[in-house]
Write a protein that binds this ligand. Structure first.
Ligand SMILES: [Zn+2]
Length: 281
């Protein structure tokens, strides 16, 4: 049984890029007689606008996508804490009190999420009463689990290279969990068997595979799809003046027809589909 999911954050309205991602995920499940799940990733603190979740449900229905909704991330904080506590107890996490500016000034090696944290706080005795972030000791984590593989439906078998991220943050100073920890735990809890998302998150799967090994979680397959690109060839984001899905819906546009156009490659002017294996977009 194939289980996929679409997991938007209610930080802003959904746009065409989200629609494409949801359609890919929905169709992969539907074509295999499986389940397509909606999970609201609403732990982004002040940026999170819970009222947008209702819009998202209406947007998906408008596109003609049937979904089952699972628990929002804000209801799962205990599971993130428990996983972090386990890793902490096993000596795999350390507190980091660096500010963004301090990291920017000291980090020099580029990584997939910006410059790699140089490990300033590793091994230091840091007061955790003040807000700290908790980072994974990447070298130690890899030493414990050994070499790992994962598989993408399009790109094929992959050797896991989580070290390209350095000591990633698993618990953020300002949020209960990082994307890496929350998404990995939730996908396991929700029984997701095929993790579908854009190529821009291809490299994150190296870290997620490592977390699965560390936490004894089931290992899904991945399907990283090509991204919709704007006129400049950049990942389609909310463009100035471009209508959100909710805008289109309220204006009376036919959402099912839009979904079918996207499926058949009929893209609006100025928008193109990126290379399926391009991770840089
Ligand atoms: Zn630090």
């Amino acid at each position: 049984m194939i289980v996929t999911r679409f997991a938007p954050s209610p930080n802003g309205p959904l746009h065409l890029g989200h629609a494409w991602s949801a359609i890919v995920s929905h169709d992969l499940a539907r074509d295999a007689g499986g389940w397509f799940l909606l999970r609201i990733e609403d732990i982004d603190g002040v940026r999170s606008r819970p009222e947008l979740a209702d819009e998202f449900r209406e947007d998906l229905a408008w596109l003609g996508l049937e979904f089952e909704e699972v628990a929002a991330q804000s209801t799962r904080l205990a599971s993130y804490e428990a996983a972090a506590a386990e890793l902490r107890q096993r000596g795999l996490l350390y507190p980091c009190c660096c500010t963004r500016a301090e990291i920017a000034a000291s980090a020099t090696i580029p990584g997939p999420d910006g410059a790699i944290y140089p490990g300033t706080c590793r091994g230091k005795d840091i007061d955790t009463v003040q807000g700290v972030a908790w980072r994974l000791d990447m070298a130690e984590a890899i030493r414990r689990v050994g070499s790992l593989e994962w598989s993408d439906e399009i790109a094929g078998a992959q050797q896991a290279h989580p070290e390209i991220f350095g000591d990633v943050v698993l618990l953020r100073k300002d949020a209960p969990a990082s994307y890496h920890l929350a998404a990995t735990l939730d996908d396991a809890a929700d029984g997701v068997t095929l993790v579908t998302r854009g190529m821009d998150l291809f490299e994150a799967s190296h870290v997620h595979r490592l977390l699965q090994a560390l936490l004894g979680l089931p290992v899904p397959k991945w399907h990283h799809h090509a991204l919709l690109l704007d006129e400049r060839g950049d990942k389609l984001a909310k463009r100035r003046g471009s209508p959100s899905l909710a805008d289109r819906r309220r204006a009376g546009e036919d959402g099912r027809a839009l979904a079918d156009d996207l499926r058949s490659g009929k893209l609006p002017a100025g928008i193109s589909l990126g290379d399926r294996l391009d991770t840089r977009a």
